[in-house]
Design a protein around this ligand. Structure first.
Ligand SMILES: Nc1ccn([C@@H]2O[C@H](COP(=O)(O)OP(=O)(O)OP(=O)(O)O)[C@@H](O)[C@H]2O)c(=O)n1
Ligand SMILES: C/C(=C\CO)CCC[C@H](C)CCC[C@H](C)CCCC(C)C
Length: 328
């Protein structure tokens, strides 16, 4: 591995030419990706890990080396710009999604307010994860230490973070936007944004930062919350005549839909990420594990505890716990 080193504000920063290396989770690196290494980074981005043994390589001396270094820095600027563009695109997507469903409900193309809200619930999480491969920046700690993609997740996390701030502003009535309130709140009151919808974006934010795309744990948990729980509501409200014996608010058909759609979307999402090389995908093993996670999330969602703990918290929490046990 050729590593060029220079100093930046006291921190040693490496520009590495790992143009054909492998990521820590087995994926091939795209040729255009440039990898940085820092002596103080660690795989969990929000934790500053213990001091890592660090011995700086010699400064590049020849003109050829300097030229190579300059090219690498330019390439890295390109990747960072691409991530900034992906963040902008994703935020615009989130804004448009809410706008589109507000307009559809307003024009009576979607008759029920609850359907428009649940469509936003299902699509926000699934589409958000679908954009993750657009984010490219990677930091690689030197080969002898460890490697992990770290920068891309921060760019991606900006989108739920901004939506979090947006919901707080509307929920606390610092700003007003009837469209958002109507598409996202259950009864059309701004304060409602501070519950289910806010928990939802906080869960998106945390799973992005903690698990990101290399871990099936985050992918499956977010899919259960958005796709699984969303379909329980959409199908259950419409066809849920026979209620569960222990919860008259929920129906058999709603819970079965959550199990089936949660599973289908999760397997599909894991397959999607495996195509990019972020996760390993073995169909039989994945189906078995995801079925168990989906079952656990469905059982918890069906319990009469929604007044105590919001579904947008209980469903991802159950999914994270079972996924950690099953996926390790
Ligand atoms: N297992 C389930 C889950 C939901 N439902 C149907 O979906 C409706 C809404 O359920 P839920 O999502 O729990 O409540 P919301 O008011 O939509 O709360 P939130 O959007 O905050 O999750 C229920 O009344 C019920 O008709 C169902 O039949 N079976
Ligand atoms: C109605 C909701 C939850 C209630 O159970 C979901 C609220 C969704 C937020 C208002 C919008 C969240 C947007 C995502 C962070 C990003 C989506 C990006 C994508 C490209 C559309």
């Amino acid at each position: 591995m050729g590593v060029a080193v220079w100093s930046c504000g006291g921190a040693a920063v490496f520009a590495s030419a790992l143009l054909s290396g492998r990521r820590s989770h087995g994926s091939r690196l795209a040729p255009s990706e440039l990898h940085f290494a820092t002596a103080s980074s660690c795989p969990l981005p929000f934790l500053s890990g213990p001091a890592i043994p660090f011995s700086p390589a010699p400064m590049p001396s020849s003109r050829a080396q300097l030229r190579l270094l300059r090219l690498r820095v330019q390439a890295s600027a390109g990747v960072v710009l691409q991530d900034a563009a992906a963040t902008t695109f994703c935020f615009a997507g989130a804004y448009s999604l809410v706008l589109v469903f507000d307009t559809l409900a307003e024009r009576n193309i979607i008759q029920k307010q609850s359907l428009s809200r649940k469509a936003v619930h299902v699509l926000s999480g699934l589409l958000y994860m679908a954009t993750w491969p657009f984010f490219r920046s990677v930091i690689v700690l030197t080969q002898s230490i460890c490697s992990s993609s770290m920068v891309a997740r921060y760019f991606a996390a900006v989108v739920p973070l901004l939506n979090c701030i947006r919901l707080l502003c509307y929920g606390l009535r610092l700003l007003t936007d009837e469209g958002v309130v109507k598409s996202v709140a259950r009864e059309g009151r701004p304060e409602e944004l501070l519950r289910g919808p806010l928990y939802y974006v906080i869960v998106l934010l945390l799973c992005t930062l903690v698990f990101w795309r290399e871990s099936p744990v985050g992918v499956v948990s977010l899919t259960m919350m958005s796709g699984g729980d969303g379909f329980a509501d959409i199908v259950g409200r419409r066809y849920g005549v026979t209620k569960l014996p222990y919860n008259q608010q929920k129906s058999w058909v709603g819970s079965i839909s959550m199990f089936v759609f949660g599973m289908l979307f999760s397997v599909g999402m894991l397959y999607y990420f495996s195509v990019f090389g972020y996760v390993d995908f073995d169909l039989e093993q994945t189906i078995t594990r995801v079925a168990l996670i989906s079952l656990a999330a469905t059982v918890v969602e069906s319990l009469p505890i929604s007044d105590v703990i919001d579904d947008n918290v209980s469903v991802p929490l159950t999914s994270v716990l079972t996924s950690v046990l099953l996926f390790g």
